[in-house]
Design a protein around this ligand. Structure first.
Ligand code: GRF
Length: 215
């Protein structure tokens, strides 16, 4: 049974769906929910589901990233996870830290990577006039939002969309994508998950998009 630690900073809606998915013959179970913010609402949601929680508040470290990550590592070592899921975790991790968990740490990012690494992804997609958006689950490496892609979910951008309406549509897919990827990853199956299921691989979708536009 694989042990999963989930790192959050806020509401933890992705954490809730991940915890709820790890039941029955699922090959993993949650062993820790950790937040860098003591007031994160996800902490009480985790406790309500019976998952142990911890806090490593980043603020006392005043930008001393290495010291914060040492405290983070100490908490994680205690829980001894096989897999770490970043889920709405809003701290950038150094290569020093990510290298300790290479191949065992996942993140969900609210864009179709490699497009829109970093923040404000929905505003950027709208500004670019994109007709579709989505989210990506990837392995975490030293480079921000850049590791091997383990899954993507696509949603249409609708006329009149705001960053908020688009974020809500993407979040719905995050809650489907992340549990599906974690289940495969915990079984040692790295085959990427593409939603909507049966979706052509992104490159084919891209090509068909281009031929449509050139027609
Ligand atoms: C989500 O949009 C996710 O893509 C990003 O953090 C946001 C909040 O996630 N990483 P959650 O509700 O705290 O899981």
């Amino acid at each position: 049974m694989k042990r999963v630690a989930i790192l959050i900073s806020g509401g933890g809606s992705n954490m809730v769906t991940l915890v709820r998915s790890m039941t029955g013959d699922h090959p993993a179970r949650p062993v820790l929910v950790l937040s860098n913010r003591p007031e994160a609402r996800g902490l009480e949601r985790a406790s309500e589901m019976g998952v142990p929680t911890a806090v490593v508040d980043h603020r006392p470290f005043k930008g001393d990233r290495a010291a914060f990550e040492a405290a983070l590592q100490a908490e994680l070592v205690k829980a001894a996870p096989d897999i770490i899921c970043l889920a709405g975790f809003m701290r950038i991790l150094t290569g020093e830290f990510t290298s300790k968990w290479e191949g065992r740490m996942l993140n969900i990012h609210p864009s179709l990577l490699p497009k829109y690494r970093g923040l404000h992804t929905h505003q950027r997609a709208l500004d670019a006039g994109d007709t579709e958006a989505g989210c990506t689950v990837h392995e975490v490496t030293a480079d921000l939002d850049d590791g091997p892609i383990l899954g993507q979910a696509r949603v249409p951008v609708l006329s009149g969309d705001t960053p908020e309406t688009l974020a809500a549509r993407v979040l719905e897919q995050e809650h489907k994508l992340y549990p599906a990827v974690l289940e495969r990853f915990a079984r040692g199956d790295g085959t990427p998950v593409y939603l909507p299921s049966g979706d052509a691989s992104p490159i084919k979708a891209e090509l068909s998009e281009q031929t449509k536009n050139n027609a």
